[in-house]
Design a protein. Structure first.
Length: 277
């Protein structure tokens, strides 16, 4: 289980925190570390703070965006220290580990996303997560160092992994959250993001979404679909429906349309102009 858990640090500003997070990970047997557009570099301080976990620093991956960091993951959980205007599925660290265990048993990778030391994850980043996890600290002194937060969640992941080994794979864990063995794997995060992009374009095409005043429509649609844990077949089916809607809409408006490389239906003239450019 633990080799399918990915720790993602976003815009980390202190190299020592990267090293300390690596140490916390190795303590608990978690090895995948991804840095998203880090402000700090892995330097001598990071290596010192890693204290024997330098191989995790050596193998860590640096990417430019959160989307790239979690694209292959079936479950993405973001850390959040505060309530949000639009409620999102929220779990405790132990519940988070249970969700991760279930996802791994169903052949999915899991990303645990940690935000900036000063202000955590942005709303947009949190909206890209299937769920949020909150560590219940002392309300009079609730600020956690990022490495401490990594330690807490990695500890819970290890507990879940040890329980899985002791239980020798009970049938209930194999059949998944719906009570039966599922026929398709959960859709990777990258596929789901492309679906949301396609959905937005389709809603604009039919006049349901005004891109100049979107309000919270796409945020609430994200929340709705992410609660369902879409599988690969369902994402493909939904995108097929959206493409059919786009073709009908464009035909009704007298617009000749073609399918783009991304699977969307676009105006032929615009597509040709884009190719020329």
């Amino acid at each position: 289980m633990l080799d399918q858990i990915r720790i993602v640090l976003v815009n980390t500003t202190h190299s020592g925190n990267i090293g300390a997070a690596a140490r916390a990970m190795k303590n608990m047997g978690v090895v995948q570390l991804v840095l998203v557009d880090p402000i700090a570099e892995i330097d001598g301080d990071a290596i010192v703070r890693a204290s024997g976990a330098s191989e995790i620093l050596d193998s860590c991956i640096t990417v430019s965006s959160l989307e790239e960091a979690v694209a292959e993951c079936g479950l993405v959980i973001g850390t959040s220290a505060r309530g949000r205007h639009i409620p999102w599925p929220l779990c405790s660290p132990r519940e988070c580990a249970a969700k991760a265990k279930q996802a791994v048993l169903n052949n999915n990778s899991v990303a645990l996303v940690f935000g900036r030391e000063s202000r955590g994850l942005t709303n947009d980043e949190l909206h890209r997560c299937n769920a949020h996890v909150h560590i219940p600290t002392n309300p009079d002194f609730s600020s956690l160092n990022i490495a401490a937060a990594v330690q807490v969640l990695c500890y819970e992941m290890r507990l879940a992994a040890l329980e899985q080994n002791d239980a020798e794979e009970p049938l209930q864990s194999k059949v998944g959250q719906w009570g039966v063995e599922w026929d398709y794997e959960m859709a990777p995060h990258g596929d789901v993001e492309r679906f949301f992009d396609h959905l937005k374009d389709s809603l604009v095409d039919i006049g349901f979404l005004d891109p100049n005043t979107p309000k919270q429509l796409m945020t609430r649609l994200r929340r709705m679909f992410q609660r369902t844990a879409l599988d690969k077949m369902e994402v493909g089916m939904m995108r097929g429906i959206l493409a059919a809607v786009q073709r009908k809409t464009k035909a009704a408006n007298g617009v000749e349309a073609v399918e783009s490389a991304e699977g969307k239906v676009v105006d032929k003239d615009k597509a040709e102009d884009k190719d020329k450019g």
